[in-house]
Design a binder for this molecule. Structure first.
Ligand code: ZN
Length: 161
């Protein structure tokens, strides 16, 4: 296992639409382990493969601190219900937090590393984390959810560094 550095905005890999995983190869398993480890090291609650530079549809999520992180392949949100606005951050945008409106409840389908079908209905923070990570797989970042005015401010402030 290895801890990778988390790619930061505006790294172009964060804008790539990740490709579906078609075979659960040794490389995919190794990458999944690295993602889980990198996520924990960075103290994140979620990580998408693009964030360590690989444009494949793999996400890692922290369900409970005591349990092993959840790693899923080809995750999709198949149903959503109601909305909620809450503050969000992103490992690829250090020190940037913004309130974002998202679905409060989601039904997620995915494939596990064992090749089994996975389905989970969840809400609140976990539902938000799924939406955030699946956004990453589609090349969408937190900043894309801002209003045009806020996005301009973000570019001015954030890109100064
Ligand atoms: Zn993120």
């Amino acid at each position: 296992m290895a801890i990778h550095s988390v790619r930061r905005y505006p790294d172009p890999v964060l804008r790539k639409v990740a490709e579906k995983v078609t075979d659960i190869t040794a490389d995919v398993c190794k990458l999944s382990e690295d993602m889980a480890e990198t996520m924990r090291a960075a103290r994140g609650i979620g990580l998408a493969a693009n964030q360590i530079g690989v444009a494949l549809r793999i996400i890692s999520l922290e369900l409970e601190r005591e349990a092993a992180p959840l790693v899923l392949l080809n995750p999709e949100i198949v149903e959503v219900a109601s909305e909620e606005t809450a503050e969000e951050g992103c490992l690829s945008l250090p020190d940037f937090y913004e309130t974002v409106k998202r679905a409060r409840q989601v039904l997620v389908k995915a494939i596990t590393l064992e090749g089994k079908e996975f389905s989970l209905e969840c809400e609140g923070l976990l539902a938000r984390a799924f939406q955030h990570e699946i956004d990453h797989l589609n090349g969408i970042l937190l900043v894309d959810h801002l209003s045009p005015v806020k996005r301009q401010l973000f570019r001015k402030e954030y890109m100064k560094e």
